[in-house]
Write a protein that binds this ligand. Structure first.
Ligand code: SF4
Length: 394
C-alpha cells in the first residue's frame, strides 16, 4: 500500500492500469467484437464445436450426434415458377433432387436442429415435396425442424396442414406491396392470388406456427418507397415480422438499382417504416447506411463452417449462401461424413481462407459497396482485376 492512501484506492488504481494495458490488445479487440453476453456464449459454443470438429471423434465411421451440422440445407429444386427482377433467371430451366439420394443424408437429418428446404428455387414446386416433409418428420420429429423460404405463390391450406407440427420458420419473399410493382418485378405471379394463397395457408396453422411466418422484402431503387405500405400489408395478414434486405447487384447494367444510389432517402424510409411497424405491432428489421462500423476479423464471427451445411440438388456442398462458386465436395457421391468431417471443411474451419469470407456481406458495413454485390459479381471483378486468388481447395 502507498503510504497515506487507503488500500482500496491502490487496488482501483491497479485495476485501472491493468485495464489500460489490456485495452487495444488483440485479446481485447476480439472480446469486444463478441458483443453481448448471449452473443459471447454463442461464440464460446461455436469455438468449442470448431475445436472438436478439427479432430472429430469416430468409432468405425460412427460419429456422436453433437458433431453433425445444426443447420442442414437440402436443395430440392433449382426451378422456379416466377421470373423475379432480383433473381434474373430468364430462360433458366433448373433441375430437381433425385428423391432417393435423401437416404444418404439420413444420419445428418436425424441429428439436425433445423433443416432448410429453400435452395435456389421455389421448393414448393418440387413434385415430391410432401414425401420430403414426411421423410424428414419420420427421422427427426422436432416440432420446429423445417425452415422454408418461398415466394408464396403455391401456398395453400393443404401446405399448411402438411407443415403443421414441423414448421420452425417460414420466410415469404415478396418484393412488392402493390399489384403494379408485383407485376413488374415478380413476373409469372398475380399479386391478389398470392396474397389469397398466403391467407389460406396461414388459416391452417395454429397461432404459434403463424408467429414463425414472416415477410422478406428485397429493396432496390425502384421499390424501396413501398416499404411502409409493405409493413401495413404484413399487419393486415396478421404477420409479426418484416425484414428488409438489400438488392445484391449481379450484373453491371443493374448497378443503378442498388440502394447505394439513394442512401439518405432509403434511411428516411426505413426510419418511417420502423415507427409505423411499432405502431402496428409488427417486428421490423433493416440495415441502414452510416451506422455500422467495420468488424475486425468478421469471418471469425461466422458460425456457418461449424454449424451449417448447404447441399445443392446434385449434392455439391457449400458452407453458406455467401461463398459464391466455392464448393467443398459432393455428399451424394462421396458420402455425407466424408465431406463434413473431411480435410476441406477442416481447413475452412481452421483458416476461414476463402476470399468470400474476407468480403462477406453480413460482416462488412452496409456502406461498403461490396455489401451490395452478389458474390458472383465480386468474383468476376476480382478475377478481372487479377487480385485475390480464388483458392479454397485444401
Ligand atoms: S462466406 Fe461469409 S457466411 Fe460463408 S463461411 Fe465465409 S464468413 Fe461465413
Amino acid at each position: 500500500m502507498t503510504r497515506g492512501r487507503p488500500m482500496h484506492e491502490d487496488r482501483s488504481d491497479l485495476i485501472r492500469r491493468m485495464k489500460d494495458r489490456f485495452r487495444g490488445t488483440f485479446v481485447h479487440r476480439a472480446y469486444r467484437s463478441m458483443g453481448t453476453l448471449a452473443e459471447r456464449v454463442r461464440r464460446g459454443r461455436q469455438a468449442v464445436r470448431g475445436l472438436l470438429l478439427s479432430h472429430p471423434l469416430s468409432l468405425f465411421g460412427w460419429h456422436p450426434s453433437y458433431y453433425y451440422p445444426r443447420l442442414l440445407a437440402i436443395f430440392l429444386t433449382t426451378r422456379c415458377n416466377l421470373r423475379c427482377f432480383i433473381c434474373r433467371r430468364e430462360g433458366f430451366k433448373g433441375e430437381d433432387l433425385d428423391f432417393g439420394q435423401l437416404e444418404k443424408l439420413s444420419r445428418a437429418i436425424r441429428h439436425a436442429r433445423t433443416i432448410d428446404l429453400t435452395g435456389w428455387g421455389e421448393c414448393l414446386m418440387y413434385p415430391r415435396f410432401s414425401d420430403v416433409v414426411r421423410y424428414i418428420g419420420a427421422l427427426n420429429p422436432r416440432p420446429d425442424i423445417l425452415q422454408i423460404t418461398t415466394n408464396g405463390t403455391l401456398l395453400s391450406s393443404e401446405v399448411g396442414e402438411l407443415l403443421r407440427g414441423h414448421l420452425g420458420k417460414m420466410v415469404i419473399s415478396l418484393n412488392a406491396a402493390t399489384a403494379d410493382t408485383y407485376d413488374r418485378d415478380m413476373k409469372g405471379g398475380r399479386f391478389g392470388k398470392t396474397i389469397g394463397n398466403i391467407r389460406s395457408f396461414l388459416s391452417a396453422l395454429d397461432a404459434g406456427e403463424r408467429g414463425r411466418v414472416s415477410l422478406y422484402f428485397v429493396a432496390h431503387t425502384a421499390n424501396y418507397l413501398e416499404i411502409p405500405e409493405y409493413v401495413r400489408l404484413a399487419a393486415s395478414l396478421g404477420l409479426g415480422q418484416v425484414t428488409v434486405g438489400q438488392y445484391l447487384v449481379s450484373t453491371e447494367e443493374h448497378r443503378s438499382f442498388s440502394l447505394l444510389e439513394v442512401k439518405d432517402a432509403y434511411n428516411a424510409v426505413v426510419d418511417e417504416s420502423e415507427l409505423l411497424a411499432r405502431e402496428l405491432g409488427v417486428g421490423f428489421s433493416a440495415r441502414r447506411f452510416f451506422s455500422e462500423q467495420a468488424r475486425e476479423r468478421g469471418a471469425w464471427l461466422c458460425g456457418d463452417p461449424v454449424n451449417a451445411c448447404f447441399i445443392g440438388v446434385e449434392g455439391d456442398v457449400g458452407p453458406c449462401c455467401f461463398a459464391g462458386s466455392y464448393r467443398i465436395g459432393n455428399v451424394y457421391e462421396e458420402g455425407f461424413e466424408s465431406v463434413w468431417f473431411g480435410p476441406a471443411y477442416r481447413k475452412l474451419r481452421r483458416h476461414r481462407h476463402l476470399d468470400a469470407c474476407r468480403r462477406c456481406t453480413p460482416f462488412i458495413p452496409f456502406d461498403d459497396p461490396r455489401a451490395h454485390l452478389t458474390e458472383y459479381l465480386k468474383e468476376r471483378e476480382t478475377s478481372a482485376g487479377g487480385a485475390d486468388d480464388p483458392g479454397g481447395k485444401p
